[in-house]
Design a protein around this ligand. Structure first.
Ligand code: HEM
Length: 371
């Protein structure tokens, strides 16, 4: 399991790749300390390894995952009002209804693509609902946001993809204008109530929700489905009702957000090696979650283990804003799946396809057959 990460943790806990120009930390202690010390490690060049992807030229536009305090603190305070526990909990019936619809449609045939037909759809539909997109427009959102998922490792997009995003941006602007004219009790209304946020800021945030919240949650669902299948003993526990354990162990074992990047703000030493100021740092969440010194037998998928120190949602200031929502979606989806499908489902391993995205790890195709 993850032999390269295991070697890095053992032999090169500070790994330097001069060719690609980055330094990586892979041990749990180092990755979590680095995430928390946002003064030493700045987010100002965004979370992607290639700083060009989200460099300073787009800073301020591309959203607050790429900001430092004080701008980050301000913006985070506003958007957090749109993600309160009350607002998230209130989404449960809607999430259940959406997921039931997807499961029902998928089960019309004996085989379906779990990743495409269920996992990729639910989070995007939930975000559409959060943003106030009517159900009749959901298919358009799926189409127009495709480029955010199909982007290559360096974030490159096709011309078609860019067109889709422009169209989505225009659509969002219409919703923002509507909420400015007539506020409701919803997320976009909370954002427009903040005088300091421009339409551009809000559009950037709504894009971030799709980028940060849809693909990651989709990968979590597919990974849960896949690893339960690969581990029949654990599958029995999962189908026996250990839904939250199933979610948490999957988050640890196969972290959907595998890594995030930072800029080192001043020269710092790790393991006797000096890393210069402005170095690009790659923080390997996926490796930290498999660190044997924190998780004994880390390579074993085990629903009974203590997962509390997993850092799948990051840590510190940029801790995932959507963690409660992702957990709620996973719980509802897995509850509904265990009701609708018997545990003897099968997966065609030869048909599995994975994303090439640099920060995110997961399956985009997961052929499943049910009895
Ligand atoms: C930030 C993971 C779902 C919205 C983050 C970060 C991680 C993460 C690791 C920190 C990035 C960094 O420090 O550079 C995940 C995983 C998810 C998930 C594994 C699903 C299993 C969601 C959902 C939403 C969301 C459902 C919202 C709909 C955000 C936002 C940020 C963020 C807005 C930026 C927070 C900030 O910069 O202050 N997420 N996420 N995420 N996530 Fe999530």
């Amino acid at each position: 399991p993850y032999p390269v990460y295991a070697r890095m943790r053992a032999e090169a806990p500070l790994y330097h790749n001069p060719g690609l120009g980055f330094w990586a930390l892979s041990r749990h202690a180092d990755v979590s300390a680095a995430l928390i010390d946002s003064e030493l490690l700045s987010s100002d060049h965004g979370p992607m390894l290639d700083p060009g992807a989200w460099g300073p030229h787009v800073r301020g536009y591309l959203s607050f995952v790429a900001m430092d305090p004080p701008q980050h603190t301000r913006m985070r305070a506003t958007v957090s009002r749109g993600f309160t526990a009350r607002r998230v909990a209130a989404l449960e019936p809607m999430i259940r209804q959406i997921v039931r619809g997807h499961i029902e449609r998928a089960l019309e045939h004996g085989t379906f693509d779990f990743a495409r037909d269920i996992a990729a759809r639910l989070p995007l539909d939930v975000i559409a609902e959060l943003v106030g997109v009517p159900p009749s427009d959901r298919a358009d959102i799926r189409r127009d946001s495709g480029a955010l998922f199909d982007a290559g490792p360096a974030g490159a997009m096709s011309e078609e993809g860019v067109k889709g995003l422009l169209s989505l941006g225009g659509y969002y602007r219409t919703i923002i204008a509507e909420r400015r004219a007539a506020p409701r009790d919803d997320l976009v209304s909370v954002l427009v109530a903040d005088d300091e946020l421009t339409d551009d800021d809000i559009v950037a945030f709504l894009f971030l929700l799709i980028g940060a919240g849809a693909e990651t949650t989709a990968h979590l669902l597919s990974a849960a489905w896949y690893w339960a299948w690969r581990n029949p003993g654990q599958r029995a526990a999962a189908f026996g009702g250990a839904i939250d354990r199933w979610t948490e162990e999957t988050l640890r074992y196969d972290a959907p957000a595998h890594g995030t990047a930072r800029r080192l703000t001043r020269e710092t030493e790790w393991y006797g090696v000096r890393v210069p100021a402005d170095a690009r740092m790659w923080l390997l969440i996926g490796s930290a979650n498999r660190d044997e010194s924190v998780f004994p037998d880390a390579g074993v998928y085990d629903l009974t283990r203590d997962t509390r120190r997993a850092i799948s949602f990051g840590a510190g200031r940029h801790f995932c804003l959507g963690a409660p929502l992702a957990r709620l979606e996973a719980r509802v989806a897995l509850e509904e799946l265990t009701r609708a499908v018997t545990p003897d489902y099968d997966i065609d391993e030869s048909g599995i396809r994975r994303t090439a995205h640099g920060n995110v790890r997961g399956m985009v195709s997961l052929p499943t057959s049910v009895k």
